[in-house]
Design a protein around this ligand. Sequence first.
Ligand code: ATP
Length: 298
Amino acid sequence: MLQLFMPLNFLGFVYREIRRALTDLENMLGLLKRAPVIADEPDAPPLQLQQARVEFRDVAFAYQAERPILNGLSFTIEPGQRVAIVGSSGAGKSTLARLLYRFYDLQSGQILLDGVDIRTVTLDSLRRNIAIVPQDTVLFNQSIRANIAYGRPDATDADIDAVIDAAHLRDFISQLPQGDATLVGERGLKVSGGEKQRIAIARALLKRSPLLIFDEATSALDSHSEQAVMAAIRAASREHTALVIAHRLSTVVDCDRILVLEQGQLVESGSHAELLAQQGRYAALWALQQHEEDVTLD
Ligand code: ATP
């Protein structure tokens, strides 16, 4: 009986897994079908960012009408500032980056860059003015240099060397047998999470966009890699306006300002020291993450 039960039980498990996978696929296809079409307005002019001042004005957004994600969200990032967005998982942090890049349009409110509503300019020009360092960077089975150059195909050797330095990749590259000609990706060198993020930063910098968005990777980096990535972000944002979507707080400590997002609304704003002194939501998140890190280290 037991001999029969085990395979039958296993078959039942496989059946349930397949059904769940099909439901997930169905949901995804449903979302794709419903995704709104983003198109240029007739005669939309190109965006010409001078200063890269970012303003979210009373922004409301939902992926599905019945589930609001952002509710009357307002904040400003002044030109040249490095501002972090933090908040618990699912608060809507990465959604902000998607809205700035106009993957979706708002239900109400406005996103303004240098005072211009992003819906009134061409999508192409908007996206040229913004460089995103995504959570998951795709590396191709090519040399490190080619992977960076992908950010701007017409870049000169000097341009690429400059971003390798700015993204703090020089030491890493100089240790490789073939330097920046070393192949990376599945069939080449396996790079760590931190190195991959720095390659992504170099790639984004090569785009020379006035506005940089870092959607920080969720996977925990060891403290050495994290320091290297932070140094790269600091250097990269020296000449740009930068928005850091932070899933871990250790990367935001030295940002000019930190915005705390909860349930689609801004609940606190200030520097790391100011927010700790307020002993509110940020201070609680900080204490929680310090505790988690201590437990992990133990
Ligand atoms: P985390 O720190 O875990 O990455 P987050 O603050 O960046 O979270 P978002 O990715 O912005 O959160 O997601 C906000 C909410 O929107 C979540 O509840 C998420 O499940 C939901 N969401 C995200 N993308 C979609 C989508 N394409 N369709 C429907 N819901 C989505």
